[in-house]
Design a protein. Structure first.
Length: 304
């Protein structure tokens, strides 16, 4: 991805979102574009308009953290946006790739046994492992049951972004699809800032941009977010509505991957439905194991 273009479009879209009233500057004169003028951002950041204009054109290489902080304050960036700006500056310096552990690319990533054992030990809630590209890499039994629609296509690596925008089942699976779509694209934008040279991510973005106007519109907004925790709503084809809390954490043994664990509020309807889903998943696993053990039976894959 073109770093200068990324910087230019990110800063331009952030500037357009801040009104003079929000920034506390006089709303004088006719405005040709929404939001603040470059001169107003420069004044708020304590720098010349010439210098800020140069930065907004994409020249972030060698810029100090103090300058980036000043721009962040002037544009009222949130934590995710500020981190994204710093990542873009690192990429402009050419230091981001050198500082980041690189994962060897394989045809299909397979979890090491100890990681799968750890996932399988989580039995009361879905647990999944993913990467910054929204690939769904490994799950426990409840995770496989929850994301059965995503895992239905066994011909390629399951990907939550591809599912959300290119699979009709996503509109049923995610009751609040618009919100899910926004978050999905924001996560990919954040990933692009972390590693602008990720070829697989570029290919995914290219595919989704070509095939989905909904994706293209959101990608052009340059919104970013920190994926950490919250609530998600699902409509599962077997148990119905589920509202699940989730927490995501980085896997220290697998740089670049994250573990997400879901749970339902104790005593809630979602909690009862999650238990039902666990029972159905256990029955399916037992049936598959029985078939595999029968004479002439074919083993049924149990892992991603």
């Amino acid at each position: 991805m073109d770093n200068k273009a990324e910087v230019r479009e990110f800063l331009t879209t952030r500037r357009a979102k801040i009104t003079p009233q929000q920034a506390g500057v006089p709303n004088a004169g006719r405005r040709r574009v929404p939001g603040l003028r470059r001169s107003e951002v420069a004044s708020l950041a304590g720098m010349s308009v010439e210098y800020y204009s140069k930065l907004e054109r994409g020249a972030l290489g060698g810029v100090s953290s103090g300058v980036l902080d000043a721009i962040s304050r002037a544009l009222q960036l949130d934590d995710a946006e500020r981190r994204h700006l710093f990542n873009l500056a690192l990429a402009a310096d050419g230091t981001a790739a050198a500082m980041r552990p690189r994962r060897r690319v394989t045809a299909r990533w397979v979890p090491k046994p100890s990681l799968q054992w750890a996932l399988d030990a989580i039995v009361t809630g879905p647990a999944i492992v993913g990467n910054n590209r929204s690939d769904l890499l490994a799950t426990n039994a409840l995770g496989r049951a929850l994301y059965a629609d995503v895992l239905a296509d066994t011909t390629r690596q399951p990907n939550l972004a591809r599912f959300a925008f290119l699979d009709a089942a996503a509109r049923r699976f995610y009751p609040n699809w618009e919100h899910t779509a926004d978050i999905t694209v924001s996560n990919l934008r954040t990933a692009a800032g972390l590693d602008p040279h990720d070829q697989a991510l570029q290919e995914l973005v290219g595919e989704l941009s070509t095939l989905s106007g909904e994706f293209r519109t959101r990608w052009g907004a340059h919104n970013v977010r920190i994926h950490a925790g919250g609530l998600k709503q699902y409509h599962h084809h077997e148990v119905g509505e589920l509202e699940l809390a989730y927490e995501s954490m980085d896997l220290r043994s697998e740089p670049g991957l994250s573990l997400t664990i879901f749970t339902a509020e104790p005593g809630s309807a979602s909690s009862e439905r999650l238990r039902l889903l666990a029972s159905l998943a256990a029955a399916t696993a037992a049936s598959e194991a029985s078939m595999a053990a029968a004479p002439g039976g074919a083993a049924v894959p149990g892992r991603l």
